[in-house]
Ligand binder design. Structure first.
Ligand SMILES: [Fe+2]
Ligand SMILES: [Fe+2]
Length: 408
């Protein structure tokens, strides 16, 4: 089986990417394509790119919407340390320790396991600089190059092949195929907010999670906080499912926006919001133990464990030891008496982040543009009504919080 590997930041994935995949399959050079979203792009460090889980899940939706059985998504880079160099990613993917279960999980039998070859998919524009990449010889040890050429693209594949062979001393296997000229670049799509050339699934994902807003919440935080946010997103990938991970990242970004608006520290708001649900999917007994350690008063109800447990887990996962951040995580479900602005912000952002649809949030969101407490009053009332409808008692801390807000 000939396996095409297609890496990229996919921020966002657009029709140009999909036409490369389609062209590679139609060329007959590969039987399947494995799409590998880059987690830490060596050329786009810092806050240039959206957090990796957004790009991964958006790509997954778009790819699954277009291709039914011969394109697969691969999350290997979430599990590799350091910068995501192509040479390392390919070497790890091609290693049978990874490849064997990957093929098996995607329904391929022994034949594919025993007999396969790899091609790295790329645009013809990378060929002139390919030999300057990180360890290009390591890439070619594992894979040939399958080059997408746009109609009219003047790159002479044969002479590039010869040039790379001379520069690296390796006889490269370079093949090419023509793609339809879909002109699109993720960087200008992000800058212009022009989403015309996006697959429907990607557009839907962007709208659901409020990606690429006119003002980037990360522009308000320090480099260190942005780095902690991006790394937290990677660290939480193995411990949270898609929906919850995206929810907790959305909460982080909205908390940073609210912090700018209501006079709290945007760095702390970003980190607290991002990590607020980090413990929610760990074993419930473990959650209870952690909750007891952080705040025994909240270790009384299974639904509350994850808040204090989250504060403990944020320390383990990301080394967070700032008490203000840890308190905002601890009390994000119940609230308490004398909530700080930071704690209120994380409480509210958790309930109002863009993907939330549990009730009509229009008015709460509108109020949150100018008046934090007014929005909270509506929000906590709605929570109380939900509890009443289910016959559940609210926690005494929530009662205190309601008293402070003047709603009881
Ligand atoms: Fe929560
Ligand atoms: Fe939450």
């Amino acid at each position: 089986m000939k396996i095409g590997l297609f890496g990229g930041s996919f921020d966002p994935i657009h029709n140009g990417h999909l036409s490369i995949i389609e062209g590679a399959l139609n060329s007959g050079c590969v039987d399947i394509v494995v799409v590998i979203p880059t987690v830490r792009n060596p050329f786009k460090r810092g806050r240039i790119l959206s957090a990796a889980p957004y790009r991964f899940y958006m790509t997954k939706r778009a790819v699954e919407g277009r291709f039914k059985k011969n394109v697969f998504l691969c999350d290997i880079e979430f599990f590799l340390e350091g910068i995501s160099y192509t040479a390392n990613t390919i070497a790890n993917f091609c290693d049978k320790k990874y490849l064997k279960p990957f093929l098996k999980n995607n329904g391929f039998g022994k034949k594919a396991e025993e007999d396969h070859s790899f091609y790295w998919l790329c645009g013809s524009d990378i060929l002139p600089s390919f030999d300057k990449w990180y360890k290009p010889e390591k890439i070619l040890e594992n894979a040939g190059l399958l080059v997408a050429q746009r109609p009219g693209d003047p790159t002479d594949i044969e002479s590039e092949k010869e040039r790379i062979r001379t520069a690296l001393g390796i006889d490269t296997d370079i093949r090419s195929f023509e793609i339809k000229g879909v002109e699109a670049a993720s960087s200008s799509i992000r800058a212009d907010k022009d989403f015309d050339r996006l697959p429907e699934e990607a557009l839907d994902f962007i709208r659901t999670h409020g990606l690429y807003p006119s003002e980037d919440p990360l522009s308000k935080v320090s480099d260190k906080a942005a780095e902690t946010y991006l790394e937290s997103a990677v660290a939480m990938y193995p411990v949270l499912g898609e929906k919850r991970l995206l929810h907790t990242l959305n909460t982080g970004l909205l908390s940073a926006v609210y912090a700018g608006r209501f006079g709290a520290d945007p760095d702390k708001a970003l980190i607290a919001g991002t990590l607020h649900d980090c413990a929610k999917e760990i074993d419930i007994k473990e959650q209870k133990k952690m909750a007891m350690e952080r705040c025994p008063e909240l270790a009384v109800d299974e639904k509350l464990y994850h808040s204090p447990a989250g504060a403990v887990f944020a320390g383990e996962l990301m080394g967070i030891d700032d008490e203000e951040i840890l308190n905002a995580i601890t009390f994000h479900t119940t609230g308490k008496a004398d909530m700080t602005t930071l704690e209120k912000i994380v409480f509210l952002a958790d309930k109002l982040e863009p993907s939330r649809t549990y009730t009509d949030l229009t008015l709460m969101r509108k109020l949150a543009e100018t008046d934090l407490d007014a929005s909270l009053m509506l929000c906590v009332r709605a929570v109380k009504n939900k509890f009443d409808a289910k016959g559940r008692e609210i926690h005494p801390y929530t009662f205190e919080f309601m008293k402070d807000l003047g709603i009881i």
